[in-house]
Design a protein around this ligand. Structure first.
Ligand code: ZN
Length: 527
């Protein structure tokens, strides 16, 4: 009887997730229907075993009392529960730009949802931007005739930008679904992918029938299904002095499931679902080695490059095509290179302000820029400051100073601010759009800042995520250019830290190190 009683109690608890038992199990999925792990509920908090997060496509590194969890370029450090070694998922998800949907009686499975930051639509097309891939489902409704696009596993961000022309609308339709509706008879040109992390699509002209050609069956399709699909071989195709293109053959429809991540300036990781790796027959140009690792759920293919390189990739039907871009680094030494250091704002433009309004961003930027200039000069670089005092300078002039002096690098120094005070903390580095060299430089520098600044590492960001045309100073600069956001001026902890000499010294030396890694001068420090 005792056993029966326990079972009943368990049954009740499953539908009323109050903390009847410590560590009550809950299923947790990466979006509804996505890969799933076991989470545990305790006193209203959802906990997970850090190792399980890998199933959700997050990379995890444990060290002592904490774990470093990363998805793409965003990295977060989180403390482990001292006794159980588990992690609280909610703050972690937030930091990664994911939203936790808690289990309810109707939907007992918890889910992590991508944040949709932008939705746009007009009579000719539509698109969206999201923090992580979402599932896309589309269908038609009549009277009036309208096209419905559901983004599943998605939450419309609180500050999402909605650019919707008349006859189009977007809203959170269900707790895990953002719905976009277009009043139109037209269909999507080329069709929609099953999953995407944002994108834009045009509508077909009314007279176009279907522009999507049906792929002919190919001879490579084998009737008896192998136990695991194969990935590879990796082939080197086009080669120029500065670029090396590769093609990786994937099973059909896997291109959206394949991600390229930068694990280090000279190491890329391709992640695909569980598969059998077909190794290349001969060594490949631009690569030192390839390592693969399989955990039964996913296959990771690490490409160790000859040196830090930028990467550009496109996916086609069953092909991942990517190009490694070699930066032009001259003699590979920092000494003798012209580096333009730009202290953001100045004069009549104070930039962001602290909570009480006493501390101005322009002053923090200048103090920081002077220290960066100081350390770069000591490393032998020729430094030009766009401003060395509290004066106003137009945005375009800042980049033109770098263009006129034929600088090797342009580094703009800023301190961040956001709408809600004390809500966000950490450093990030912006690059222009999808420029592979800017991305690489941003990664080299942010990786070093993240190691020493004492503030959370918020990773590298494309300026296209903030403005469609990016930041003016990065857009006009003709050389590798980055914009540093060194903590949040409206976060008390950040502000205290930013104002210390120790912070300035550590960030400045991280910038020097990052440039050296980019140049291949002191590359061992990149990892
Ligand atoms: Zn600023």
């Amino acid at each position: 009887m005792r056993r029966l009683f326990v079972l009943i109690a368990a049954g009740i608890a499953a539908h009323a997730p109050a903390a009847l038992e410590p560590d009550w199990p809950v299923r947790l999925a990466l979006f509804q229907g996505g890969p799933e792990i076991q989470a545990f509920e305790r006193a209203g908090e959802l906990l997970v075993r850090p190792d399980d997060l890998r199933v959700l496509g997050l990379s995890v590194r444990l060290d002592g009392a904490s774990a470093e969890v990363a998805r793409g370029e965003v990295r977060v450090r989180a403390p482990l529960h001292p006794r159980t070694g588990k992690l609280a998922i909610e703050p972690l998800a937030q930091a990664l730009g994911l939203e936790l949907r808690r289990p309810t009686v109707q939907a007992p499975q918890a889910a992590l949802l991508a944040t949709v930051s932008r939705v746009f639509a007009d009579a000719n097309g539509f698109g969206f931007e999201s923090s992580h891939p979402v599932q896309i489902r589309s269908f038609r409704l009549q009277d009036p005739s309208r096209l419905v696009i559901d983004l599943k596993g998605a939450k419309l961000g609180a500050s999402a930008s909605l650019e919707l022309a008349p006859g189009t609308r977007a809203a959170q339709h269900q707790p895990d679904t953002v719905r976009l509706v277009l009043e139109t008879d037209r269909e999507v040109r080329g069709g929609l992918p099953e999953t995407a992390q944002g994108g834009s699509w045009m509508l077909a002209n009314p007279d176009e029938v279907s522009s999507e050609p049906v792929p002919p069956p190919t001879a490579t399709e084998q009737p008896p299904a192998p136990p695991l699909p194969t990935v590879g071989p990796l082939l080197a195709t086009r080669s120029t002095p500065t670029e090396q293109t590769f093609e990786l053959r994937l099973p059909p429809d896997w291109t959206t499931k394949c991600r390229i991540e930068r694990a280090a300036p000279d190491r890329l990781v391709l992640r695909v679902p569980a598969a059998q790796w077909v190794p290349p027959e001969a060594p490949l140009p631009a690569l030192r080695s390839i390592e693969t690792e399989s955990d039964g759920v996913s296959l990771q293919i690490a490409l160790n490059m000859e040196r830090p390189m930028g990467v550009r990739s496109v996916v086609e039907r069953n092909l991942l095509r990517f190009t490694l871009v070699r930066p032009d680094v001259g003699d590979g030494k920092l000494a003798g290179k012209v580096v333009v250091v730009d202290a953001g704002h100045g004069g009549s433009d104070p930039g962001a302000r602290s909570l009480g309004g006493k501390v101005l961003e322009k002053d923090l930027n200048l103090a920081m820029a002077l220290e960066i200039a100081n350390q770069l000069t000591r490393s032998g670089a020729d430094v030009i400051l766009t401003r060395a005092s509290d004066v106003f300078l137009p945005l375009r002039e800042r980049s033109e100073i770098a263009n006129r002096s034929n600088a090797a690098f342009f580094i703009s120094v800023h301190v961040n601010s956001n709408r809600v005070s004390n809500s966000r903390s950490g450093t990030m580095v912006f690059h222009h759009k999808t420029d592979p060299i800017g991305q690489l430089l941003a990664d080299c520098i942010q990786r070093e800042i993240g190691k020493t600044s004492g503030l959370p590492n918020l990773g590298t960001w494309s300026d296209g995520r903030i403005y469609a045309s990016g930041f003016a100073v990065l857009r006009y600069a003709k050389m590798p250019a980055v914009l540093l956001e060194l903590g949040f001026i409206n976060h008390a902890t950040d502000l205290r830290r930013i104002q210390t000499e120790d912070f300035r010294k550590k960030v400045a030396s991280a910038v020097v190190k990052g440039l050296r890694v980019f140049l291949g001068d002191g590359q061992q420090e990149g990892r």
